[in-house]
Design a protein. Structure first.
Ligand code: HEM
Length: 151
């Protein structure tokens, strides 16, 4: 079967997950006491990591509020290079042994669905910005102002 790499589409998906991830953060319970840079973390407490919050901070990405897929494609000499930030800042599928087991399926579904839509329709948007209800998951509450025209 012919393999298609579609690097720009993959970069768009990564950038979407940075700006507006499906899961807003991640959590772990400490199994022992830690001393992290002088912060004493007791055993048995919940530690939260809000990657949505961190991912749109100037400290971590240049022009953080802008949708720039190129930051996932440029090399390390470019100021936009995504690798200049800590790898845990943007972790939409979590990390480690409990990370999302469906990550590859989800990414494959997204790539397949979006590439088929883009190949077959000219896509537009009419109206104001999307409305999002965000708790631990982000939901688009609508209205869905998408317009699809046959190519
Ligand atoms: C865009 C789609 C998806 C996103 C953003 C997502 C995100 C996540 C995140 C953040 C976690 C927690 C990871 C951690 O604690 O380190 C998780 C766990 C999990 N996800 Fe997903 N997920 C997606 C789709 C899927 C799909 C399609 C499946 C199944 C086919 C799936 C199955 C699971 C399972 C079973 C866990 C629990 C893993 C464990 O606790 O050991 N996810 N997901």
């Amino acid at each position: 079967m012919k393999q298609t790499r579609r690097p720009y589409l993959k970069a768009c998906i990564k950038e979407s997950m940075r700006v507006l991830p499906v899961v807003t953060g991640n959590a772990r319970t400490s199994t022992k006491e830690y001393n992290l840079l002088g912060y004493k973390i007791p055993k048995g407490i919940m530690i939260g990591l809000s990657h949505q919050y961190l991912s749109v901070k100037e400290d971590h990405y240049p022009r953080p509020e802008e949708f720039i897929p190129e930051r996932w494609l440029v090399d390390k000499h470019d100021p936009l290079y995504h690798g200049n930030t800590h790898p845990f800042v943007t972790s939409p599928f979590g990390f480690g042994v409990r990370m999302c087991i469906g990550r590859r399926i989800a990414e494959l579904e997204l790539e397949t669905f979006i590439s088929k839509v883009v190949e077959n329709f000219q896509i537009g948007w009419k109206g104001g910005p999307i409305q999002v209800s965000g708790t631990s998951l982000n939901y688009i509450t609508g209205p869905f102002n998408l317009i699809f025209n046959d190519i």
